[in-house]
Each structure stands twice: as C-alpha cells, then as structure tokens.
Design a protein around this ligand. Structure first.
Ligand code: UDX
Ligand code: ADP
Length: 466
C-alpha cells in the first residue's frame, strides 16, 4: 500500500516532462521529483549552472527550475534507480508519427512508450502508479497495462495502477498553463490511485477544475482537444485565402466572428499553418483510428484539416515566387523566425521548414534569423549545411544563419516573417529599407507589422489574408 506520494519519477526530460516536473516540484516541496532521460547531453543541459543553457527555451522556466533544482527537483540518466525509488512514475517520452511499417505516416510510434513500460516493469518495487503523460493514441494505457501486468503476475510484491493524465500545456506559455490550467484531466479505473494524483494537483489547482473520467475518455479527449484547435486554424487559414481575393481583411473577419460568444475570440489568427509536435500527429492518429474502425467519412473529414494546413504553407511559397517576377533563382531572401511559434526554440513541424525548403529548391539564398533556434537545429531541419554563396554565383544556392533581423535583411530582395516573435513587431523599417535590394518585398505571414509604415519606407508588402 502506498501511504503517501513522496517520490515521483518522470521518464523523458523534454518539452512536456521538463516544465511539468519543474512546476510540480515548485508547488510540492514535500515531494522528491526525479526527471530521467536516456539523453546524457539533455540531462547535462538541465543541470547546467547557467540557466540560459537549459535545453528548452520557455518563458518563466528558468526561475521555476532555479527554485527547486537540487532541493526536490533532480535531473539524471539514472533511470533504473529513480524508477525503483518512485511511488508514482510519469511517462513523458516522445511519440512521433511512425515512418515505416503498419500505420506509417499516420499512427504514432509507441516504441519509446513501450520501452519505458518495460523499464518500469523491470525495476519498479512494491506498489507503483504509472501515469501516461505523452500524447498518445487511444488505448495506449491498455498496452502499458498489459506489459506491466505480465511482469507483475510473476511477482506478488509488485503492483501497478495505470492512469492517463494528458498534458494540455502549449509551448511558449507552458509555465502559466501548468500553474493555471483550464482543467486537469485524470483517467483511470482505480479510485485510490486517481486520488493520489488528484492530491498532487490540489496543492495549487482548485478541485472544480480536476475532472476524472475513464481511461479511454481521457486519452480520446486529449486527441480531440488538439484536433478541434487545429481545425479552427485550418478554418481561419482557408478563409485567409478567400479574403485575399475578395478584398476582405482576415483580421477584421476574425474579430467580427470571435465576438460571437459561441465562437469565441481565441485561436483565430491566420498564419503560415500550424506546426508543433502535437496537432499534425494527433490528427493523423485520429484519421488512423477512424479508418481502423471503418469510419471512412470521419477519417476524410479530419484529413482535410491537415490538407488545408499543407496547402497554406505551399501557397505562401508560391506567392513569394510569383511576386518576385516568377523567379527567385539566385535571389537573397531573409527569413525571420524558424520556430513553429513565438517564445519557444522548438522547430518540430514548423512551417518555416517547408517554406524554406521550397524556396531553396527554387534556387534562393536564404538568410535565416531566429532569436532562439540554433544554426545546428536549422541544419538538421533543412537537411543541409549552411553555405555562404557569393554574389553572381548563379549555380549555387542554400542558406546561412544570421545574428539579427538586420543581418538577415542585408542585400535581400525579400524578407519573410514566419514566426510572430515580439521583436519582429518593432522592426525599424527605414533601416531595413536601406539594407535591402530594391524593389524589396516584405511577406508577413502572420500579419503582425504595420503595413502603412512598411509602404512609407518604399517597400512592397504582402500580408496574409489581406
Ligand atoms: C498545442 C495545444 O494548444 C496544447 O493544448 C497541447 O498540449 C499541445 O499542442 P502547442 O503546439 O505547443 O500546443 O502550441 P499552440 O499555441 O497550440 O500552437 C500550435 C500552432 O498553431 C502554432 O504553429 C501556432 O503558430 C499556430 N496557431 C495558433 C495559429 O496559426 N493561429 C492561432 O490562432 C493559434
Ligand atoms: P515531448 O515534447 O513529448 O516532451 P521530447 O522529444 O521533447 O517530447 O522529449 C521526450 C524525451 O524522452 C527525450 O528527451 C528522449 O530522450 C526521452 N526518452 C525517450 N525514451 C526514453 C526512455 N525509454 N527512457 C528515458 N528517456 C526516454
């Protein structure tokens, strides 16, 4: 019998595990929180003395980590020992879309979840509550349960209870989302285990906000929350294209429809398409599950959300080429923003990746600046090394990374704003105008700059949905 939760282990020190455990440790000084990961360099970064080297950039994360690290928040690669000591284990490992085999391109690859479950089965002692935190397709808890029970059947001393506790944090606002959640969802079958997890959240979350459901409702709710949010973005993005050809302004339309309290004003910003590790993966999962159960119409309905998202990204590349006299071969294009949204260094599924790849294929030289994304990460995402191309070298093209906005604009024919970083809203357009090669273009895929000021400084501008 667990008496009280005193020791938590979290497997996976990524964008979900790291911030979530930092907040639990901060709010529950009476609980020891151990975050473990197989990636030694990631753990080293979490332990780095200088907090600016934490592996993920997230506002308010550094001070939160600082308050608990070394006290009741610990990062290590000591998976075996920390699992053994834990009363409660969170699984927060990556679950990317499968790239080969059955369900490739749609189903989630659960090999990391399975390997975590096997590690738990091997090392856990006594009674342990296992909490699935990663975004997972429905019925994954079932798989985890099966792996764990096979082992525990042979050993009467060991007992597992599995809970689903999906994470709803959005990157860039993770700490605030964790500290002030709209709701906390706990799915499970064992009331005692549910209450142990509930007790942890009750340290800072009002009890009315903690919902308990069965395991599958919890797993499905996470998938559907993301699908609905993504659907909203594809809806508004589809209308951005209609605005551009009819002379309506997407911002005005968003505002007008958002004031209908049934629609609501959030998540109505049109842009270059959604990115991030969750939306596409979760909808692909939803499509996969629907097809599996023979619900073809439902599957194709949700597939359209992704189709519109892909189309939006392709549309932007074509608009850039079209406005630059139909060719960007050997032209220089400044790219502002590479992360999938502002306030994060995460580039997973960032629209910047496909847009930059399209522009490079068309022969452009890109000068990329992002305040938080490293050159190494851009090289991984673009699958090529940075390359400085000299002027008039018509046979060469590629990309380099730049130190700031103005560096990226130097001698450029066009400047493309892809991420809505705050500093891009305060650009000195006169300075930019002097740096660029006329006729210079600004492509604002987030509609965040003041069009009149850009025009006044002799630049041409295209804005999404305008
Ligand atoms: C999302 C969910 O919001 C979160 O609840 C879940 O736990 C994980 O997935 P995240 O992907 O981190 O979070 O960020 P989010 O703010 O949802 O943005 C996702 C993408 O949609 C970004 O590329 C963003 O730029 C885009 N977006 C968002 C828009 O284009 N317009 C909007 O109005 C809102
Ligand atoms: P998320 O956005 O879901 O947090 P990340 O990819 O940022 O995803 O983080 C997942 C982390 O899980 C990675 O750092 C990875 O090394 C770690 N991980 C995956 N499998 C295991 C495992 N079996 N044991 C420990 N850590 C693991």
């Amino acid at each position: 019998m667990i008496d009280k939760i005193k020791n938590i282990c979290c497997i996976g020190a990524g964008y979900v595990g790291g911030p979530t455990m930092a907040v639990i440790a901060d709010k529950c000084p009476h609980i020891q929180v151990n975050v473990v990961d197989v990636n030694q360099s990631r753990i080293n970064s979490w332990n780095s003395e200088d907090l600016k080297y934490l592996p993920i950039y997230e506002p308010e994360l550094a001070p939160t980590v600082k308050r608990s690290r070394g006290r009741n928040l610990h990062f290590s690669t000591n998976v075996e020992e920390k699992i053994r000591e834990a009363d409660m284990i969170f699984i927060s490992v990556n679950t990317p879309t499968k790239i080969s085999g059955i369900g490739a391109g749609q189903a989630s690859d659960l090999k990391w979840v399975e390997s975590s479950a096997r590690q738990i089965a091997k090392y856990a002692q006594g009674e342990t509550i296992v909490v699935e935190k990663s975004t997972l397709p429905v019925k994954t808890a079932e798989t985890i349960k099966k792996i764990l029970s096979t082992v525990s059947n042979n050993n009467k001393e060991i007992k597992f209870n599995v809970l689903s506790n999906p994470e709803f944090l959005a990157e860039g606002t993770a700490i605030n989302d964790l500290e002030n959640p709209d709701r906390v969802l706990i799915g499970g079958e064992n009331d005692e285990s549910i209450n142990y997890l509930k007790d942890i959240y009750l340290n800072w979350v009002e009890k009315e906000k903690i919902l308990t459901t069965n395991l599958w409702s919890s797993e499905l709710s996470k998938l559907i929350a993301n699908a609905f949010l993504a659907q909203r973005i594809s809806s508004i993005n589809s209308i951005s294209a209609l605005c551009e050809v009819t002379g309506a302004d997407i911002k005005e339309v968003s505002r007008a429809i958002g004031m209908d309290s049934r629609i609501g004003g959030k998540f109505l910003n049109s842009g270059p398409g959604f990115g991030g590790s969750c939306f596409k993966k979760d909808i692909l999962n939803l499509v996969y599950i629907c097809n599996y159960y023979g619900l073809k119409k439902v599957a194709s309905y949700w597939q359209k959300v992704i189709d519109i998202n892909d189309w939006q990204q392709e549309r932007i590349s074509s608009i850039i080429v079209k406005n630059l006299f139909g060719t960007i071969s050997s032209k220089t294009i400044g790219i502002l923003g590479f992360s999938f949204k502002a306030d994060t260094n995460d580039t997973r599924e960032s629209p910047a990746i496909s847009i930059c790849k399209d522009l490079i294929v068309e022969g452009a030289n890109l000068q990329i600046f992002d305040p938080q994304v490293s050159e190494d990460q851009i090289a991984i995402d673009l699958e090529s090394e940075p390359k400085k191309v000299s002027e008039n070298d018509f046979d060469n093209f590629g990309w380099i990374s730049c130190n700031d906005i103005y560096d990226a604009a130097k001698n450029a024919d066009a400047l493309v704003i892809i991420t809505e970083w705050e500093e891009f809203k305060k650009i000195d357009w006169q300075k930019i105008s002097n740096l660029m090669r006329p006729p210079s273009w600004v492509f604002d895929t987030r509609s965040i700059v003041n069009k009149k000021i850009v025009l006044k400084n002799g630049l041409n501008i295209w804005q999404i949905g305008n």
